[in-house]
Design a protein around this ligand. Structure first.
Ligand SMILES: Cc1ncc(COP(=O)(O)O)c(C=O)c1O
Length: 406
């Protein structure tokens, strides 16, 4: 059995901590930190801006990272832009060159993270478009008859591959195929899926897909945005500035014609290097059985929580991402999270940037336990003991949080 936790310096510094928040952000293994430090010490300069040796080395490191990240999702580097986050990537996609007419539709699902709702909401307001929402079953967490929502006025399907609340994975290959057959653009938010679900953009047949480095054990501040050439070649960049121009005068400018036109300003080269190293590490763990390891932990956790009648479990997916979420009619999610935190168990509680999903299911905030390769089986036992202690204390003393606080 692998001891992946030993790969994380964070855990050597916090040996008592049970980190159950990898779906929010992952800790980073030593190899990722080493790769970034090595780059900074030996290669650092501004990429794509100079002819001196270090500038060329930085450019090479950045472009090697692009190639590596693109390969992870079966894409060509020429179709992959780095952005600051999945959020930035999804905002960028709203500038797709689409001949919008008032009343045209954008289809999302009820499981979207706010990052895949707000940008479309604003576009819809600005252009008098309609946002249609594919419902999601509260029993299974699956999309309900999604193809029915792809109508004659639908121009964009913007959808998550995995829910950040339940970890349920959507079957997007068939949905993308149905959408493309109707001329609908398909944009995938793979932020939660990337660490756990094999992704091949050619097999998915999507027009665009985004995911963040910090959810695949890499650094914060960088994400990947894959786009089909027909999409990005006609799409204006949202950010304008240095590094993306052929010529500029005071009255006009001509942009470069490559994917780098979406990367105005100094790129985050050390993060790109860390992103690439994280994917190398992640793929090695996957070959060594990381998926099985996490699924096994998830199933054990689900079975243990099902024994506790005060808790209502949200649906989960045996082939999904390793998230277990629950709520309680008896205890406020923030009270549970707080009392767990006091016992060194780091979980997340609340609406998880998916308020509409919780409204859709009419449930209050939930406690989310998200598993990563830093978690051991013994730590799950510790978590259950801590949870029982928290519930016993709250039963005795009453709530800490007002019941209408989200
Ligand atoms: C499904 C999903 N989409 C988008 C995001 C936003 O990612 P980022 O914060 O890296 O922009 C998250 C973050 O939690 C997420 O879970």
């Amino acid at each position: 059995m692998h001891n992946w936790q030993a790969d994380f310096p964070f855990h050597q510094h916090h040996p008592q901590l049970v980190y159950l928040d990898s779906a929010a952000t992952c800790q980073q293994p030593q190899v990722v930190l080493d790769a970034m430090q090595d780059y900074v010490i030996h290669q650092h300069a501004n990429a794509h801006r100079g002819a001196h040796g270090r500038a060329r080395a930085a450019t090479q490191a950045y472009e090697d990272a692009r190639t590596r990240v693109a390969a992870f999702i079966g894409a060509d580097a020429s179709n992959l832009a780095f952005t600051a986050s999945t959020t930035a990537a999804l905002n960028q996609l709203t500038t797709a060159a689409i001949d919008w007419q008032a009343g045209d539709e954008i289809v999302i699902s009820a499981s979207e993270h706010h990052a895949n709702i707000l940008p479309w909401q604003r576009l819809a307001e600005r252009l008098a478009l309609t946002l249609r929402v594919i419902p999601v079953s509260s029993g299974t967490g699956q999309l309900i008859e999604p193809e029915q929502y792809l109508g004659p006025r639908t121009r964009v399907l913007a959808i998550t591959m995995a829910s950040n609340v339940t970890g349920v994975v959507n079957d997007l290959a068939s949905l993308c195929k149905a959408a493309r057959a109707k001329g609908i653009r398909t944009f995938i938010d793979a932020a939660q899926a990337a660490a756990h679900v094999p992704i091949n953009v050619a097999e998915l047949g999507c027009d665009a897909l985004a995911f963040s480095a910090h959810k695949v054990y890499g650094p914060t501040g960088i994400a990947a945005l894959y786009m089909r050439p027909e999409l990005w070649q006609t799409m204006p960049p949202q950010n304008l500035g240095g590094g993306i121009v052929e010529t500029v005068t005071f009255t006009s400018s001509e942009l470069i014609s490559s994917i780098q036109k979406f990367e105005a300003g100094t790129p985050n080269v050390s993060a790109a290097v860390g992103f690439s190293a994280a994917l190398d590490w992640l793929q090695q763990t996957q070959q060594a059985g990381a998926g099985r390891y996490l699924r096994n932990l998830q199933q054990k956790l689900i079975a243990a929580l099902q024994q506790r009648p005060q808790l209502e479990l949200l649906p989960s997916d045996p082939n999904g991402t390793p998230i277990v979420s629950f709520y309680s009619q008896a205890f406020h999610c923030h009270d549970l999270a707080l009392l767990l935190a006091e016992q060194d168990i780091a979980v997340r509680a609340g609406h998880h940037c998916a308020q509409p999903l919780l409204q859709h299911w009419q449930i209050p905030g939930v406690v989310r336990l998200s598993l990563g390769l830093t978690v051991t089986e013994q730590q799950l036992t510790q978590t259950l003991v801590a949870l029982d202690k928290a519930m016993a204390l709250l039963a005795e003393t009453g709530p800490l949080t007002e019941s209408d606080e989200a």
